[in-house]
Design a protein around this ligand. Sequence first.
Ligand code: SF4
Length: 228
Amino acid sequence: MRTTDPGLARLSLQIADCTACPRLVAAREAVAGPGYWARPVPGFGDPDARIHVLGLATAPHGGNRHGRAFTGNRSADTLVAALHRAGLANQPSSRHARDGLHLHRAWMASAVRCPPPEHRPTRAERDACLAWLTAEVAALRELRVIVCLGRTAWEAACDWAGAHPRPRFGHGAEHRTDGGLLLLGCYHPSPQNTHSGRLTPAMLDDVLLRARDRAGLDPLDTDLEESA
Ligand code: SF4
């Protein structure tokens, strides 16, 4: 099931026009090649999402190139293949913005929508961009679970949710926010983690299936048939 949502569409346009962080505005343009999006990357997915997949920051040659979250690099393919296995995506790859990918009951975005140098935003940049997470979460009215990819995304989500003391990150760690959302920790699907065996496909599947369960999704509520 998908719906069009004018509010989310307007919000995406606002995010794409953001220039709040001068250092990151310069960074996103400095790394851009011909045809790059080189603007902030809004969230992508199903307006009826119950599961939000949150990364730390836009990849310089992934989202920053294609203008879509988790698109065009190996981390994106690993993540979307797992979303597909979990019935949350219609296809197992995420190559470019017109590749036909759509998500089912899921949304994905980064806490920091522009690519920071060395993938390290300052605290002020991260906190400024979390305002967009607040706006998107408010617009995703069925949201129940945020899967946080990696320690820094987990810390961003915990700080955003006002969790003090900050709960310890781990693969499979859980924290219920005061607002009733469940934060669920997951190792980042980076090539470094997948090649070393720190994160296996089975471990990723376990987290996403747990997210489905915690989000109250019926096992039959999937999009797998649309990829045939
Ligand atoms: S990182 Fe976020 S707040 Fe900063 S310029 Fe980009 S979209 Fe705006």
